[in-house]
Design a binder for this molecule. Structure first.
Ligand SMILES: Cc1cc2nc3c(=O)[nH]c(=O)nc-3n(C[C@H](O)[C@H](O)[C@H](O)COP(=O)(O)O)c2cc1C
Length: 214
């Protein structure tokens, strides 16, 4: 990779999901290649590519309020290897929940990695309701009117190499109100219980880890 190039790294194990779709939207402007985080093989090659890039854009899903463990493993391998000198780093995290604060930790994690390893943190984009898209275009997002222009502005920041402020994604998405949250929570509980029953278990049974050991 040429030192002037932009590396687009997908941290989702799902190659046709929302993380990839967002990178492909950037790719349409910057022309860069999308690289997928290997789920089994060594991370060494990927660290070398990161060291060579001028700009790194990482897009991944929110798994239990932050990025998947495999990405954290990559960041640890990269920190151990060292060799970074001012590479610009942008992050994107998308989660199923229609909130921003529950996914925000992913970006904080990237910011800390950048600050401690001589990369230059340029900000990121948090997207709620990413699961509903499931890889479909951003134009299908429930907040499309504000999210599409905000994300396109984020892409312009990447192309220009300028920092992207958090207000860009914060102002583009408003969380559902109390009543909608109640309805949403009940619907999700119903779906989870249905799935548990379908697999032959009792959703009301005590958690396996919390049961007293006989
Ligand atoms: C193991 C696992 C954990 C998840 N944890 C969260 C979570 O904590 N919060 C959330 O909003 N979504 C969570 N999700 C949903 C994903 O973030 C969501 O489906 C996302 O759009 C997947 O992105 P992708 O299509 O790029 O893989 C989780 C999904 C999986 C499989």
């Amino acid at each position: 990779m040429d030192k002037s190039e932009i590396m687009l790294l997908c941290a989702s194990p799902r190659r046709k999901g929302t993380s990839t779709m967002l990178l492909e939207r950037i790719q349409a402007v910057t022309g860069s290649e999308v690289v997928f985080l290997p789920q089994k093989d060594s991370l060494h090659e990927l660290v070398l590519v990161m060291q060579q890039a001028a700009t790194i854009v990482i897009s991944g899903p929110c798994y239990i309020n932050t990025y998947p463990a495999r990405l954290i493993e990559l960041l640890e391998a990269a920190a151990l290897a060292g060799g970074f000198s001012g590479q610009k780093l942008y992050g994107i995290i998308n989660g199923g929940m229609p909130y921003i604060h529950t996914h925000q930790h992913g970006l904080t994690c990237l910011q800390l990695f950048a600050e401690q390893n001589h990369l230059s943190w340029q900000g990121g984009f948090v997207l709620g309701c990413g699961a509903m898209l499931d890889g479909k275009p951003l134009e299908k997002h429930m907040n499309r009117k504000t999210v599409v222009p905000a994300f396109d502005q984020f892409i312009r920041h990447i192309a220009a190499g300028t920092p992207s402020p958090s207000c860009l994604y914060e102002q583009a998405q408003s969380p559902p109100g109390k009543i909608m949250t109640q309805v949403f929570a009940k619907l999700l509980t119903f779906l989870v219980e249905k799935s548990i029953k379908k697999h032959g278990h009792d959703p009301k049974a005590a958690n396996w880890y919390l049961r007293e050991q006989e």
